[in-house]
Each structure stands twice: as C-alpha cells, then as structure tokens.
Write a protein that binds this ligand. Sequence first.
Ligand SMILES: [Zn+2]
Length: 301
Amino acid sequence: MATRRLYYDDAFEKEFTARVMHCEVLPPDVNSGIMGKVWGLLLDRTAFYPTSGGQPHDLGKIGDANVLDVRDEGDEILHLVDRKPSDPEVNGCINWPRRFDHMQQHTGQHLLSAMFQERFGLPTVSFHLGAEICTIDLRGVEPTAEFLEGAERAANQVVFEDRPVNVRYGTADEFAQLGVRKEVDRKGILRAIEIEAADLQPCGGTHVKRTGQIGLVLVRRCAFAACSSGLRKRKPNLRCKVRHRSRTASVSFHECSKLFLRIISASLPPKFPNQIKQWPWWPLRKGATCSLRSILRPVKT
Ligand SMILES: [Zn+2]
C-alpha cells in the first residue's frame, strides 16, 4: 500500500497522526551507521521526507521511537526507528530545525541553478545539501569571479523581493510549454516547484513558501571537480560551493567581536569596563548587526 506523502502539499506540517501498517525488525546497516537493533516501519501517511534527489532525510519521533533514517521505497516510505511503537495509532514529529534548513537550501539551490542557467548558460547536473555547504554541479566553462558575483547578486535580488514559491502539478508537456528549466521524460502527473517569474522545475522535495525564507545566498567558489564513479562524463563538472547560511558567518563574526571585547577588557584598568559600555560599538555585545567598518572605527581613533 502506497504511503501518502503529506509533505507534497504541506511542507510546513511538523506533526501528524498515522496508522502503523507494518513493523518488522531489520538487520543492522553498517553502511548507514546503524549498528543496533532497528525496526522498519510503514505508515499509511507520513510527513517524514526520505533521502531523495540530493535532499537528506528527516529525523524526529514516531510515538516514543526515534527516527534514524527514512528511505524512499517506490510507493512506500520506510522509517527506520530504534524501538517498536507500542500503539498502532502514532503521532509523528519532525525535527524542524533540520527540515527547515533543508528547505532553505533546496529552494536556494533551485533559485541559484535558475540564475546560472538562464542568465549565464550553465545547466545544473546535480546538487547536494549539507550541514553548512550546498554544492551544485554545473556543466560548462569555468566562470570568472565577476560571473559568480553576478549569479549571487541575481539570486539574492529574488530573495529580497520575497516572491511566492508554489507547488504545481501537470504533465511533462504542460510544464515544457510553461518553460520548465529542465525537461523530464516521464509520464503522468508531475510535481513541480515554481519560484514566481524566476524558475519552474519538476521536484519532489520540500521547499519554503516565499523566497525571503531562503535567507542570503553566498557563493563560496566554483571549480572543476572530479567525476564520481557513477557519473562518468567526458569532462569534469563544475562544482559550485554555496554557503546557504550567512547566519553562520555572522555568528562567527559576532563571537569574534565578543572575544575581542574580552581581550580589551582584560587588558584595561578595572574602572574601564563601565566606560567601555559608553563606546559606540558596545551594542555589538547585545547582538546588534553592524558592518566591519563600524567595528574598526573606534579602534582607529
Ligand atoms: Zn528540487
């Protein structure tokens, strides 16, 4: 029996109820790092996203069991859990920070891939979402620094415009007429993600509702990468590294500024710490956003 995929129509569903359709003990899976006793669970419906198409699986809880892995098995979704649920009616709960991070990355990847292809003629071959860095493999000539900055600027412009991100259904022919970025040769009704006036791409993944939820996109670098054994090409692909979480950079920056203040405070006479609070850059310690220039200015004077 096919598992109903709740995330297809509502990627923001964090909790759900379901019925256990099948549960059995599975052997340990060394390749996945699952060494202990594990149960395979089939539900009638699920909000858990399985590893698929470059997006990693969700984690979370089903009843009192921890979800260790989620796998796409054709029509069914297999949940690997660390214990057997005590009740056939279960509540599922997604690890939301992890899922939302994947949604930000995935929509950001669609957007940046659209910019690379439509504005600069570099089609996307594949992509991978990671904990900090998202990589996009492209086909074409190695871009210049100005080119990368242009793609990054174009993507962030769409982020700032906070455009709607819609789920659409249709046939491959219908999507082709609408100008899909990458045509697919599949029958039946397909699911596609539309970034309004920017991109249309068949995809089964989870996405944010508006481009503003992506956050800032930062292209780190782009260089030729060796082909994986399963993807032999005559020429190596370009691998573009994208830091999707500018927050990481700003947090590091903020932590650095706090360390800087601690060092300054420790080296000054005891009466100085109170005076430091009067300095214009003191709001840094309260988490205020500032530019590098505004930090350096008091140091120079
Ligand atoms: Zn996708």
